[in-house]
Every structure is written in C-alpha cells, then in structure tokens.
Design a protein around this ligand. Structure first.
Ligand code: C6P
Length: 408
C-alpha cells in the first residue's frame, strides 16, 4: 500500500531522528514505549514558558488568561480529535495509567459491590489489570479474564460467555502493546451494552495509529497517554460520557475541583474540573494540543495506511529469518512486531541491536500474563511510527541476521 506521506519532510520535523547512536544513524523502533516529538511540539512548550506561562483558572491578569485560553483550547483539540460530544468529557490526567486508576477508584468504588465482576482480557497491560485487582481487594469483587488464542487474538465467543448478570464493567485494550492485536471493540461494546454494562477502552497504543471516534465506538470511557501520541510525557486523557462522569464521585480533593469550601461541607466543581484537582500540567497539555495539530495536518487515515505498509513489510522479512518466532499474529494488527530468537535472550537482542544504533524494547512490556501465555520470559519488540521507513526495517533485519550469526 502507498500513501501520499512525504516521509522525508516528516522525518525532518523530528530533530532527534538526526542523532547518531554509537556512531550510527538512529533507527528508533521503540515507539510503543514512547515516541519522539516533532519540532512543533517542542516549540509549543518552549513558547508557552517563554511567553504565555502562568497558572490557569485562577488569575485575572493577562498571562493567566492567555495560559488558560491555550490550556482550554487544547482540551477542545482533544475533544475534536476523538470526536467527544463536549469539552466536559475530556479530563486531563498524567497518562493512561492514572486514567484507569481514576475510573477504578471513583466509578468502581461507587458502583461495584462484593461478588460483582469486572471483565478484562488476557492481553492487558498491567495498567489495565492491577487497578482492577486493587478495586477487587477493596470491594470483594471478582476479576474475570477472557482468554486469547495462539495468534494473540481474543477468543470472542468465550469473552461473550463471560459477560454475566454480575458483570459491572468491561475494560479492554483497544490495541495490545505486547502483541499488536487490535480488538473487535465495536462488537465488545455492543455485547456489553446489550446487558447495560459500561465499557472502558485502553487506547494507549491505538490512539497514535488510527482515527478514534468515541461517539461512533460508543465506549463509555477511553484512556490514552500524550507521550505515545507524539506529545509530551506526564500528560494523558480520560474521556468519559458526560452522564457517567457527572454521577461519579471526585478522584482527588484540592484546588480547582471545588466550587465552595467550608469546614462543614465542600461543593464540587462542574465537569471537567471536578476531576482535575491541583495545578495541572499546563505546558504539556498545550504541547499535546500541538501534537494533535501536527497529526491532523498529516491525517490519521494516511498514517494508518502508511504504517500498515511498514508492518506488512517487516512481517514478511521477519518470517524469512530462521529461528525467529513472531509473538502476536492476529488478523487485525497494528504496527508492532514482537519476536523471539532461538538461543538468544531478548535482552541480548536489545543490547546487540543498540550497538547498531537500533532502539527496540526487550522485556515483558508490562504484560507478564501475555509472556506466561506464550511461555517466553520476554520478547524483543520493534514498534513503528509514522516517521519510520522500509529502509530502517532493512537495517533491523540485517541487524537481527548479524546477531544470529554471532550468537546463533
Ligand atoms: N505501554 C510499552 O512499552 P502510561 O505508562 O500510563 O503512559 O501507559 C500505560 C499503558 C497502558 N496501556 C497500554 C496498552 C500500554 O501500552 C501502556 C504503556 C508502554 O508498551 C510502557 S510499559
């Protein structure tokens, strides 16, 4: 597949891609962990601190007004990017992890009782396992896990059977970080909604790779992190349907989330501020807005097509390497290639590739149950972004072949 992406121009937008690593041109294939930032994002952060910075929602002075306007503009950009119905549905948090913890500790505590069930899948990141385990410990609820097959796909029929009269929440990854699997989220949501069960989608990996429309999906919550979307780290988004967010108790108490405080009683602020206690991450919210502008100019549809071409190319080449096992071969898959090599530990793969200037992640990818399922201690993972090229994949493949020669 081809697209109209001007890849040389795009690469020039990312200053770090010009770095030499161990005297070799950087081949950055660790985008699922965190991707690199275009100059426009870097500039927006420098600009806000240089010209517009003050605390938000608090001052009448010019800088506070400027800073507040830019901060709230970024909220609208996020709202439009995922097609939420209102700015009130966009809550700024630290990242996907905090967003899931927020839902567990507010929606979860208010709605989940002993014996109730929370349904997840066997391919979740720890961020979509541990907060629910903590909630189960606190409430006496039970965590149910829908199984996956050897291709790394959800076994949908078993998932459906696990939706019971006791299920109070379904929380599922949109695209798996360890396998690349893209889940049939529309079907999952329809099946859960047929029993009036809300659905949270962990969009940490999906959001940089495809257009996401939360109204079309009809998910109840959608979470993601800015740093995987070409934006800054330390900022992320919880989307929630307004009616659900209105009914939820606040997460943390403090400044900005209140309307009136006396020692007897506190009245909470309206959405979205009810969930945003304390001074927020002002500059990084604005940086996230700049990342969204950048991506909109390229088009998420174009990015999806381009990256599908990269994944097909990499998969084809990887399959020709003897002793290479791809972990995660789902029919519907995003731009992630997890693999192991016979007789070479993934950590050695990571270290050896680094000596060639190639950055991949080696480890359990915060998805230990996935590693257990495939009976591997870890995998090496090459994850692609809009600025990667087939020439870089060739470098990766040559690198893998050369380390097989040395170690194999
Ligand atoms: N996965 C990876 O290398 P935070 O850390 O809050 O920004 O994102 C957590 C998270 C949640 N869900 C999924 C599917 C994820 O992939 C991640 C982060 C990184 O795969 C770091 S472990």
């Amino acid at each position: 597949m081809t697209t109209s992406l001007d890849i040389n121009k795009i690469r020039a937008d990312f200053p770090i891609l010009a770095e030499l690593i161990r005297n070799k041109p950087l081949v950055y294939l660790d985008n699922a962990a965190s991707c690199q930032k275009p100059q426009a994002v870097i500039d927006s952060i420098v600009h806000v601190y240089s010209h517009d910075y003050a605390n938000v929602h608090r001052g009448v002075h010019t800088l506070s007004v400027r800073s507040t306007d830019k901060f709230e503009d970024a909220r609208t950009k996020v709202k439009d990017f995922i097609n939420a119905a209102s700015d009130k549905e966009i809550i700024f948090v630290r990242g996907a992890t905090e967003a899931i913890n927020l839902v567990a500790q507010t929606y979860g505590k208010a709605n989940i009782s002993p014996g109730d069930e929370i349904l997840i899948t066997a391919m979740e990141h720890h961020s979509n396992i541990v907060p629910w385990q903590m909630l189960c410990e606190q409430t006496g609820a039970i965590l149910k896990v829908a199984p996956i097959n050897l291709k790394g796909e959800l076994i949908y029929t078993e998932f459906e059977q696990l939706i019971s009269d006791k299920t109070r929440l379904v929380s599922v990854v949109h695209m798996s970080n360890a396998l690349g699997t893209i889940n049939p989220v529309k079907e999952i949501i329809a099946a859960a909604h047929a029993k009036n069960i809300p659905v949270l989608l962990d969009g940490a990996q999906a959001i940089p790779h495809m257009a996401v429309d939360v109204q079309e999906l009809d998910c109840d919550f959608y979470v993601f992190s800015g740093h995987k979307l070409y934006g800054p780290s330390g900022i992320g988004v919880l989307y929630g349907k307004q009616a659900l967010l209105e009914a939820m108790p606040p997460y943390q108490g403090g400044g900005d989330m209140i309307r009136k405080v006396t020692f007897e009683k506190t009245e909470y602020n309206t959405l979205p501020y009810k969930f945003e206690a304390g001074t927020p991450n002002i500059a990084d919210v604005i940086g996230l807005g700049a990342a969204i502008d950048y991506l909109n100019a390229i088009g998420m549809g174009n990015i999806a097509v381009y990256e599908a071409g990269l994944l097909d190319y990499a998969t084809e080449k990887a399959k020709q390497i003897k002793g290479l096992r791809i972990i995660g071969e789902a029919e519907h898959k995003g731009a992630i290639l997890s693999f192991t090599l016979d007789k070479i530990h993934p950590h050695d793969i990571g270290t050896m590739l680094d000596s060639l200037g190639i950055a991949v992640r080696a480890g359990h990818h915060c998805a230990m149950p996935v590693m257990d399922f495939f009976e591997v201690p870890a995998t090496a993972r090459a994850s692609f972004a809009l600025y990667n090229t087939k020439a870089e994949i060739d470098v990766l493949i040559k690198g893998i072949e050369s380390l097989i020669e040395v170690f194999g």
